[in-house]
Design a protein around this ligand. Structure first.
Ligand SMILES: *Cc1c(COP(=O)(O)O)cnc(C)c1O
Length: 376
């Protein structure tokens, strides 16, 4: 079976982990965490990045830092992972789901205004497949209505919008280093902000609500409980592994882009004949080849396609069950627009295997897919 995903393992991961072990300092914020933070700062242009245990943790930090109160509203897409909404619901606030654009499957910025109420506090765009949302318009709406912007850039490492790294554009951003993401340490993430006021509080929220980091820097003479917080620091073992991955981030992205481009070319004629729709990357976006997907004509054909590919030994997957129609989404959120594209496209999308190392088998994946599509 050709797996849908396989984490890339480079040459230095074990060496860095051994070094971390020998340092006898495995708790958070050691040398490797600092090394990862400087990489994020330099490569993404975020002034105050903080490594976390996951993007979920970074989104929870962002929700805490927004000081959401029960009943406050947050505008987000329904077509996303549960963590985007959980971070909000954990604060007693209400996710307000808005439909996606049919081209990028990102939140439709034209529908945001209509979803704003007196209780709206923030906009939470998700950069699906590492392709950016229309951030200029989202920032303009946020500015006009005095809202914060938190980017769920979990899939967005090494992607940009008009030259700016995803996750580093809004007030706060979340990146994921989960095993399913391009750059990974199994479970990991980062919280990004360039706002010094938010950064000062973020450091405390991440350290159980204490000013322990200031204490270590000698800025206070003892450390105290100063805010509502939790433990969002990863171990140095994870940071060491991640550090090796970040060193190779450009090469990993290049390998993924080659595979993505090859798929894109292979399915061009099927798009011309109307059997599939391929991903659309707007000209202001550079993407990181996180996902290669096809939009098939119907749910029935998608189910057949996934089954037939499985029969040929190739694992393909669909993606999100929209949150607005899932049991806890119905209980804890509301819709802020119609959901036509979300419901339709969620039923018809299929994702193909994409991981560095797939290259020798990619022709087989393509030939298998073409044979099945020719039957449609
Ligand atoms: C993967 C993902 C997350 C969660 O990331 P973790 O690091 O696993 O917590 C959140 N949002 C989106 C859009 C994701 O793809």
């Amino acid at each position: 079976m050709i797996p849908f995903n396989k984490s890339h393992v480079g040459e230095r991961e074990l060496e860095y982990i051994r070094d971390a072990i020998e340092s006898n300092a495995l708790s958070g914020d050691g040398a490797y965490t600092k090394r990862c933070n400087s990489w994020l700062s330099k490569e993404l242009g975020s002034q105050f990045p903080l490594l976390t245990q996951s993007a979920t943790a970074a989104l929870e930090m962002a929700a805490l830092l927004t000081d959401l109160s029960p009943g406050d509203e947050v505008i987000m897409p329904s077509y996303t992972f549960v963590s985007t909404a959980n971070a909000i619901v954990l604060r007693g606030a209400i996710p307000v789901f808005v439909d996606i654009r049919p081209d990028t499957l990102n939140i439709d910025e034209r529908l945001i205004f209509g979803a704003i109420s007196e209780r709206t506090r923030l906009i939470l765009p998700v950069h699906y497949a590492g392709v950016a949302c229309e951030m200029d318009e989202i920032l303009r709406i946020a500015n006009d209505h005095d809202l914060l912007v938190i980017e769920d850039a979990a899939q967005g490492i090494m992607s940009s919008y008009k030259g700016r790294a995803l996750g580093a554009i809004g007030d706060m951003g979340a990146i994921s280093f989960h095993a399913t993401k391009n750059i990974s340490c199994g479970e990991g993430g980062a919280f990004l902000t360039s706002n010094p006021k938010i950064a000062e509080r973020a450091e405390m929220v991440r350290e159980k609500g204490t000013n322990r980091s200031k204490f270590f820097r000698g800025e206070v003479d003892k450390y105290n409980w100063v805010a509502t917080g939790s433990s969002y620091l990863p171990s140095e073992l994870n940071a060491a592994y991640l550090s090796a991955q970040l060193d190779a981030a450009k090469d990993i992205t290049k390998m993924r882009l080659n595979i993505w481009d090859k798929y894109h070319l292979a399915f061009e004629s099927f798009e011309k004949s109307g059997i599939v729709r391929r991903p659309i990357v707007p000209s202001e976006c550079t993407h990181n080849a996180h996902i290669y997907y096809l939009i098939l004509p119907s749910l029935v054909l998608r189910t057949k396609f996934i089954e037939a590919m499985k029969g040929k030994g190739v694992a393909c997957t669909f993606h999100y069950v929209p949150l607005h129609s899932s049991p806890h989404g119905i209980r804890s959120g509301r819709v802020g627009s119609d959901m036509n594209f979300t419901s339709d496209l969620a039923d018809r999308i299929v994702r193909l295997p994409l991981w560095p190392g797939l290259e020798p088998q990619q022709n087989y994946v393509i030939d298998s897919a073409i044979e099945i599509l020719n039957r449609f």
